[in-house]
Design a binder for this molecule. Structure first.
Ligand code: IDP
Ligand code: MG
Length: 147
């Protein structure tokens, strides 16, 4: 918890393999820091398909599940826990819409993502969408992190 925060709230962000490969990690983390959030945990990880299947369990039945897991396992990425009051809402707002072609300019996906045709949507980052998913996802990527 930072000095100005009245309660700790955490979200899980993944800087997806294409963004890590393109060298966007520093720029994306900088945006969270200048917004005023704190980076509470950080790790570079090449995820297994098993871990990704746990992470994306809600999408298991979707047509894009297998290509999504394959894309996310295609190279190393950065996992981050971001902290601050209303950080879940704030970070979802900062990353923008799922489809990077439609994500608003100024958002992370809007500024750094685009459509590459076919396959899974490569949209630069993941962020938890609720308190419950943040709790579950942080436990997957940072099992020792107390939250
Ligand atoms: P989110 O990342 O904005 O929360 P979700 O609906 O949870 O979006 O989807 C998880 C991820 O699956 C997306 O970020 C994107 O990479 C991929 N994805 C979502 N919908 C589609 C689709 O219709 N086709 C291909 N890939 C998709
Ligand atoms: Mg989601």
């Amino acid at each position: 918890m930072t000095a100005q925060d009245t309660s700790a709230e955490y979200t899980l962000v993944l800087i997806k393999p294409d963004a890590y490969e393109r060298g966007l990690t520093g720029e994306i983390l900088r945006r969270f820091e200048v917004k005023g959030y704190r980076l509470a945990a950080l790790s570079i990880v090449h995820a297994t398909e098993e871990t990704l299947a746990r992470h994306y369990v809600e999408h298991k039945a979707k047509h894009f599940f297998a290509p999504l897991v394959e894309y996310m396992a295609s190279g190393p990425m950065v996992a981050v826990v971001v902290e601050g009051n209303r950080v879940l809402e704030g970070v979802r707002n900062m990353i923008g819409a799922t489809n990077p072609t439609l994500a608003a300019p100024g958002s992370i996906r809007g500024d750094f993502g685009r459509d590459w045709g076919g396959g899974p949507i490569r949209n630069v980052v993941h962020a938890s969408d609720s308190f419950e998913s943040a709790h579950r996802e942080i436990a997957i990527w940072f099992p020792d992190f107390e939250h």
